[in-house]
Structure formats: C-alpha cells, structure tokens
Design a protein around this ligand. Structure first.
Ligand SMILES: Cc1cc2nc3c(=O)[nH]c(=O)nc-3n(C[C@H](O)[C@H](O)[C@H](O)COP(=O)(O)O)c2cc1C
Length: 201
C-alpha cells in the first residue's frame, strides 16, 4: 500500500505539517509505504496554459512536477495537507493542482487508461478562524483535483481555530484521529462513500 502525503504549507513545523505527519506515522505503523512530498522544497511552476497536454497528456514544463506525476499515478492513497490561505488552499498546493491538468487531459481528452478510481483521497486542512464556510474553497478545489487524478474523495479532517505554529498540538484528539485514519487506510480499509456538499462546512 503506497500512501502519498502532499504537504502544501510554506511554514515548516506548522499545523498542517503536524497533522500530515500524524497521518503518515499512522500509515507507516499500519504497514504502508508512506511518503511525504513537501511542496515548499520543490520547484513547481504554475500551469502556463500551453495545452501541450491535450496532445499527449504530458506537460512540457521541466520542473519537479515531473516526478510528482508518477507518484500521483502510483499511490493507492493520496493525502493533501494545506493551510487555508484566503479561503482556499495555499499557492504551493494550487500550483501543483493546476499542473495536474496534464493528468486530467489523459483521462478526459485523450481517454487513456488510467489507474483506478478505487484509490482513496484525503484532505487535511487547518485554518485560523471558526467561520462556517472556511473550508468551502479548499474542498471544492480538492474534489476536482482528486477527480483529475482519479482518486475518490474519501475523507477529510478539517481543523478550525488553529493559527500559531503548533497550535494544533492543543487538539491531541485530532492528531489521534489522523493517525488512526492513516493506519486504517494502510491496512486497506475502504471508507464508505461520502456525499460531498462543499457548502455544508
Ligand atoms: C497568507 C495567509 C492567509 C491566510 N488566510 C486565512 C483565511 O482565509 N482563513 C483562516 O481561517 N486562516 C487563514 N490563515 C491562517 C492559517 O490558515 C492558519 O494559521 C493555519 O493553521 C496555518 O497552517 P500551517 O501552520 O500549516 O501553515 C492565513 C494565513 C496566511 C499566512
């Protein structure tokens, strides 16, 4: 079982990283090959709308996204961890997501064979405020990101009210939930379908 954790915050040791680490530690304990990709360490250009991908499903931009395409195709579980920035995911996460247009193109334009949709997706998000609609933007973006890479939006952990670096440590129950989730997915648990109403958060 390959579990890929994509971490999208620029802040090292911050809330989304602590949350993702708990999830991945659980996954490793459950026997998965758990890998963390730190977007802040990678050079990933925004999509330049070249539309080369509509011809053959590849992106001509030569940067670190090239390796991430393979990882996204090989993972059994894809977890995206991001802070909320201006009611959306971070710019690092969004740049990566926009570049998966090349994979979207393979699925929907070129109709190529694609790794199966039984693969599961996890959204891990942290935000400072307690507003009702805090996660709406991130959820919608992630829903269509997961769709582009043919991963089912299976589960989410959305953490409100954490702002300072490490504030999430005051919510140990959330970290336990994340670790348990990682462990369950590593053991091959198939989570029940969720009806995602992005406006209901
Ligand atoms: C540029 C920027 C924009 C932010 N926008 C929001 C926001 O719209 N809503 C919110 O609740 N928190 C916002 N925050 C706070 C972060 O979401 C919050 O501190 C989060 O826990 C940070 O996670 P991290 O430590 O993993 O980066 C923002 C922070 C920054 C730096």
């Amino acid at each position: 079982m390959k579990i890929l954790g994509i971490w999208g915050s620029p802040r090292r040791g911050g809330n989304s990283e602590i949350l993702l680490d708990a999830f991945l530690e659980g996954a490793a304990q459950g026997g998965a090959a758990a890998e963390k990709v730190s977007l802040r360490e990678l050079k990933i250009s925004p999509c330049m709308e070249i539309y080369h991908c509509f011809k053959d499903g590849t992106c001509p931009i030569k940067d670190d996204m090239r390796e991430l395409y393979d990882k996204l195709l090989e993972a059994d579980v894809v977890a995206l961890a991001s802070p909320i920035f201006f009611y959306g995911v971070s710019a690092q996460a969004k740049a990566m997501i926009d570049r998966t247009q090349a994979l979207w193109s393979r699925r929907y334009i070129l109709k190529q064979d694609f790794p199966g949709g039984d693969r599961q997706g996890v959204l891990l998000c942290t935000g400072a405020t307690k507003g009702r609609l805090l996660f709406v933007g991130a959820r919608l973006v992630t829903k269509y990101f997961f769709d582009a890479v043919n991963v089912r939006y299976a589960v989410e952990i959305l953490v409100r009210g954490v702002d300072e670096k490490g504030a999430i440590l005051t919510q140990p129950e959330v970290l336990t939930t994340a670790a348990n989730l990682g462990q369950r997915l590593a053991r091959g648990e198939v989570l029940p379908p969720i009806k995602l109403d992005p406006l209901a958060v």
